[in-house]
Structure formats: C-alpha cells, structure tokens
Ligand binder design. Structure first.
Ligand code: Z5A
Length: 209
C-alpha cells in the first residue's frame, strides 16, 4: 500500500454522478483503513459555504462572470489554507468534490473568461498545489440535467442553456486527454454498479501506487 496522503478531486458536469462516486470512494477508503476527509467546492469552510450560497442562489442582480470567478477563488483560498493543506500535512487523504479544473471548465470554457486570467489566479493563490489524481465523471449534459431535475429545483448555474454545458464537457474531456497520468474518466451513462466497480478498480491502482 502506498501510504503518502493523496489529494483527489472529482469533476464532471451536473448530475454526472460525483456525489454518488464519492460515497463509493468513502466506503472503499474506510474498508481499507485509509484516513481521509471529504470536502467540496464551492464550500468546505463556514465562510466558503456562505460564498457557495452567493454563487448558487438566484438573485435579482446579475452576477457578472468576473465576479463569479473571483468568488470561486475567494472560497477556494479559504478552503485550501484552512482545510486542504492542513489535512494533507496531517497525512489525511483529501477527496474534494470539484477543485480548480472547474473554474477553467465553467468560468473559462463556459463563460468565456480568458484562460490566462484563471491561470494567473491559480498560480498566485494555489502555487504548486494540485490534485494528485482527478476522477472525471462524464455523461451527456442532457442526461445529467434530467437526473438533477428529478431531484428538485435548479440553481443559478444549472439553469444555463445546454450549449454552456456542452462546452464544459468538451473542455473537461480535452483536459483529461492532455493529462492522462492524473485523470481517470468514467462514462456514467452506464449502470450504477458498473460505475462503482470502475471507481473501485481505479482506487485500487492508486493505493498500489
Ligand atoms: N462551479 C463553477 O462554476 N466553478 C468552480 O470553480 C466550481 C464549481 C468549484 C456547484 O457544484 C456548481 O458550481 C456547479 C459547478 C459550479 N454547477 N452547477 N450547476 P456542485 O458540485 O455542488 O453541483 P453539481 O455539479 O450540480 O452536482 P450535483 O448536481 O450534486 O451532481 P452530481 O454530484 O454529479 O450527481 P449525483 O448527485 O451523484 O447524481 C445525481 C442523480 O443521478 C442522483 O439521483 C443519482 O442517484 C443519479 N445517478 C448518478 N449516477 C447514475 C447512474 N450511473 N445511473 C443512474 N442514475 C445515476
């Protein structure tokens, strides 16, 4: 077993199955006695959870793309400094439901903010911190949106048009192809048990190092 604490992020579109995969990961890590925390973005600290509400709640005032990007990074910096780095320093694995790749996908590819501006914030605020592994859960956006519509009311970002989600999906898949050592892609347009099995096999590989 490779014992060094790992930082793992989970990415994907709406309803692609991130929360479902995180339950599988938690149960696998518990069964194998691997101490870990599960956290999320936007969110992860009390203040960052308040920023999450600002980001997801519908408001009468339009949230401009640049303000949106800065709010995501403000929450992320709180999250990194107060939660992620201390956990890794204690030797705990960190499983984060989304991390910085989401800003490149949603605010970059989705909203059209230039990539070098996001890269600047990333380098300034995160330095060399990057997930060791990223699980990308991939499903056609229409399928993912149907899944979450069945769950209840959509939030401020979920009500975007399908083209927005198609750009995000294409960005994630392209990034995964460019960084195959970090990314593992699972097609979640398959049965829950298939996705679960694939997730466990991927974790087994990481644990063996
Ligand atoms: N965002 C951003 O723009 N920029 C950033 O930097 C960051 C985030 C960090 C909040 O994220 C929003 O913030 C998000 C991106 C943006 N955009 N929106 N909208 P979030 O992660 O909290 O919300 P989400 O992406 O919308 O996650 P979600 O809706 O909770 O979906 P999920 O976790 O991927 O799916 P799930 O809950 O596991 O599954 C959804 C349903 O489908 C559920 O009933 C499952 O039982 C079902 N499901 C899952 N897998 C399957 C399979 N294989 N078969 C059948 N049914 C399934």
């Amino acid at each position: 077993m490779n014992s060094k604490a790992k930082f793992i992020s989970i990415e994907g579109g709406e309803g692609a199955g991130k929360s479902t995969a995180i339950k599988t990961i938690q149960s696998y890590l518990n069964q194998h006695g691997i101490a870990h925390i599960v956290t999320r973005e936007p969110g992860g600290t009390p203040l960052a959870e308040k920023i999450r509400s600002l980001l997801l709640d519908k408001s009468e005032e339009t949230l401009l793309p640049e303000s949106e990007l800065l709010l995501f990074f403000a929450g992320r910096y709180q999250h990194v400094e107060h939660v992620i780095k201390p956990a890794l320093e204690k030797g705990l694995w960190v499983i984060s439901d989304r991390f910085v790749a989401a800003s490149f996908a949603y605010q970059g590819a989705g909203r059209g903010i230039a990539e070098d501006r996001i890269t600047y914030l990333k380098q300034w605020l995160l330095g060399s911190l990057s997930p060791d592994y990223t699980l990308l859960l991939d499903a056609p956006p229409a399928l993912g949106l149907d899944r979450i519509k069945a769950r209840g009311e959509l939030d401020r970002i979920e009500i975007e048009k399908i083209d927005f989600f198609n750009r995000i999906r294409a960005y994630y898949l392209n990034l995964a192809a460019k960084e195959p050592a970090r990314f593992h892609v699972i097609d979640t347009n398959r049965s829950l048990s298939d996705v679960e099995e694939n997730t466990c096999l991927w974790l087994q590989g990481i644990c063996r190092g």
